[in-house]
Design a protein around this ligand. Structure first.
Ligand code: AMP
Ligand code: ZN
Length: 477
């Protein structure tokens, strides 16, 4: 049996995975801030979480999976390096869309879950909203207060990182390197804080402004700081010490060290055994950002005629903790690869070639199974796992075994290979006309013009393939 190895950000090493209470595994992923549609960058991180959950299950573990929805307290200052400054992202979105913060949260949570399903992501056993857990957060702050590691300044109750170190003997910021989180790294720092690393646990409402979301507390009317929700909710559902905590690499420098400090400051126990961080997705080699015009959503992908599962396939072509660069061409290649894979799985499903399995073929089938497990267990090496699947599909093993292997591997890959079926679709009249026009241009030798027409057809969601048997039309809608 191959053992599972994961890169643990705490030790910065690939470590053998040994759960605290086998065969149970508790896992928490930092979920979205529901103030806008999630981007294909955000979804890279959630696909990583999903692959991890599926891999754990593939290895026979019983996983309890928790994901949060941040619907209050995540301030815009986070972009500038200090999450305690700026405005609440939901409040900003509410102003933009002339809705309440509650409406914003509901709308974008639902939108997120729709995309989540399209990407075939494993549903968390608990999806926990920050606003449903205000009392849990207050209780945790009270514990920290009792332990003497909080202080009050005009805008809220803060976590005292120096007192935390003194009282627990633990070091703040194990996950990141201290020089990454020192004052110089921050653009705007709340000067009233005792130490730049300290962070808000409870923020007071601005008396000049009525917030949609605010609560009475022992400290005054206000709302929780961003980090406290993850400590409160993860420990509520998974216990004070649990196995795995995942998120994007940006959370490694502040949000996650703060979660550790809050949780360990309250309980005195180790919070999480394995910290898993996914690398960011880039677009055309650049950071993705709304202001840069390269912030794409699942809807944008679909509008161009691609399926969400093609995007999932694309994510799997990269290892989760290495950078991955999105381009429309790479998505197109992934769509083509996924289509081919579906074709092969369908062919394997419908062909019946098995006589009796020779010793040599039996060995091959077993070899594919163990190579696949080795790949995913080697720190979720999905590119290698995909290569094993392709090798199996191209091999000379009987179709039934190909089909069985594909479905087994798909328990981890999640490409819905069991649902493949002959796609029957109608070509709309306008697309039909464009196809004829392209054929005519090609006959006349006007290949550039014909290619432009093909692009036009692709924009409408149809792909053309010139095969030896003639033209083939495919759709992803
Ligand atoms: P947010 O909604 O901003 O709280 O982010 C939700 C999750 O998406 C966090 O785990 C982030 O680390 C992650 N994330 C944000 N941008 C990217 C990106 N470009 N690539 C991968 N993950 C990202
Ligand atoms: Zn979190």
């Amino acid at each position: 049996m191959t053992e599972l190895y994961l890169t643990n950000s705490l030790t910065r090493k690939k470590e053998k995975f040994e759960p605290i209470n086998p065969p149970n595994v508790g896992m928490y992923t930092c979920g979205p801030t529901v103030y806008d549609y999630a981007s294909i960058g955000n979804f890279r991180t959630y696909v990583t979480g999903d692959i991890l959950v599926r891999t754990l299950k593939y290895n026979g573990y019983q996983v309890r999976y928790v994901m949060n929805f941040t619907d209050v307290g995540h301030l815009t200052g986070d972009n500038l390096g200090d999450a305690d400054t700026g405005v609440d992202r939901l409040v900003k979105a509410a102003k933009r869309e002339r809705k309440t913060a509650w409406d914003i949260a509901k709308f974008y949570t639902e939108a997120f879950l729709k995309d989540f399903e399209k990407l075939n992501l494993t549903k968390a056993d608990t999806f926990a909203k920050a606003t449903d857990h205000i009392k849990d957060q207050m209780d945790l702050i009270k514990k920290l207060e009792e332990n003497g590691i909080t202080y009050k300044i005009p805008d809220g109750i803060y976590f005292d990182t120096i007192e935390f170190e003194k009282s627990t003997g633990k070091k703040y910021g194990e996950l990141s390197t201290l020089d990454q989180i020192k004052e110089g790294a921050r653009v705007k720092v709340n000067k009233a804080k005792k130490n730049p690393r300290d962070f808000a646990l409870w923020k007071f409402s601005d008396p000049s402004e009525k917030r949609d979301m605010e609560w009475d507390s022992p400290w005054g009317v206000g709302f929780p700081g961003w980090h406290i929700e993850c400590s409160a909710m993860s420990m509520k559902y998974l216990g004070e010490t649990f196995d795995i905590h995942a998120g994007g690499e940006d959370l490694r420098s502040t949000h996650h060290p703060n979660e550790i400090a809050q949780s360990e400051g309250a309980t005195g126990k180790k919070f999480v055994k394995y910290w898993i961080h996914g690398a960011f997705l880039k677009v055309d080699g650049k950071r993705m950002g709304k202001s840069l015009g390269n912030f794409y959503t699942i809807t944008d992908i679909e509008k161009k005629g691609y399926g969400a599962l093609a995007l999932r396939y694309f994510y799997l072509t990269g290892k989760y903790n290495e950078p991955l660069n999105f381009t429309w061409d790479s998505l197109k290649s992934s769509q083509q690869a996924l289509d081919k894979l579906n074709e092969q799985v369908l062919a394997a499903k419908t062909q019946n070639t098995r006589t009796s399995l020779s010793e040599e073929k039996r060995k091959k089938v077993d070899g594919f199974s163990s190579r696949f497990l080795e790949a995913v267990n080697d720190d979720l090496n999905t590119p290698r796992a995909l290569a094993v699947l392709w090798d199996a599909m191209k091999s000379n093993i009987p179709s039934e075994d190909k089909y069985d292997l594909a479905l087994s591997f798909d328990e981890v890959l999640g490409l819905k290979l069991s649902e493949v079926q002959e796609i029957k679709f109608e070509i709309p009249e306008e697309v039909g006309k464009l196809i004829s026009k392209r054929e005519k241009l090609r006959k006349e030798g006007k290949f550039d013009e014909a290619d432009n027409v093909r692009k036009n057809i692709e924009e409408k969601g149809f792909l053309l393939e010139d095969t030896p048997e003639g033209l083939r039309v495919k759709t992803f809608k």
